[in-house]
Design a protein around this ligand. Structure first.
Ligand code: ZN
Length: 92
C-alpha cells in the first residue's frame, strides 16, 4: 500500500499540472473550467495551496514595488520545497 498517501487524482489534475499552470492560475488567465479543476485540487492539497499563496504574494509585491528585482530566489525556494515535500512523501 505504498500509494496510500498519494493524492487522489481529481480528473487528472495533479501537483505537476497545477505548478505548470500556476502562473496562469494566479494571473486568472485560464478558462473557468481549468481554473475550477485546479481550484478543486488546491482545496485538497496544502502543498499547492502554499505554492499558490506564495506566488500570489510575489505578484502583489511586484505590483506594489516597481523594482526590477525579480524574486527568483523565493520562487525557486517554493519550487524546491515542493520537490522536497514530494520526495519525502509528506504530500497529501
Ligand atoms: Zn498539489
Amino acid at each position: 500500500m505504498t500509494d496510500a498517501h498519494l493524492p487522489d487524482p481529481v480528473e487528472g489534475c495533479r501537483c505537476e499540472e497545477l505548478l505548470e499552470h500556476l502562473f496562469e492560475y494566479v494571473d486568472s488567465e485560464m478558462n473557468d473550467q481549468d481554473r475550477e479543476r485546479l481550484h478543486r485540487h488546491l482545496t485538497e492539497c496544502p502543498t499547492c495551496q502554499e505554492a499558490t499563496d506564495a506566488e500570489t504574494k510575489i505578484r502583489l509585491l511586484l505590483r506594489r514595488s516597481c523594482r526590477e528585482v525579480a524574486p527568483n530566489t523565493l520562487r525557486m525556494r517554493v519550487i524546491t520545497q515542493i520537490g522536497v515535500l514530494r520526495a519525502g512523501g509528506t504530500i497529501h
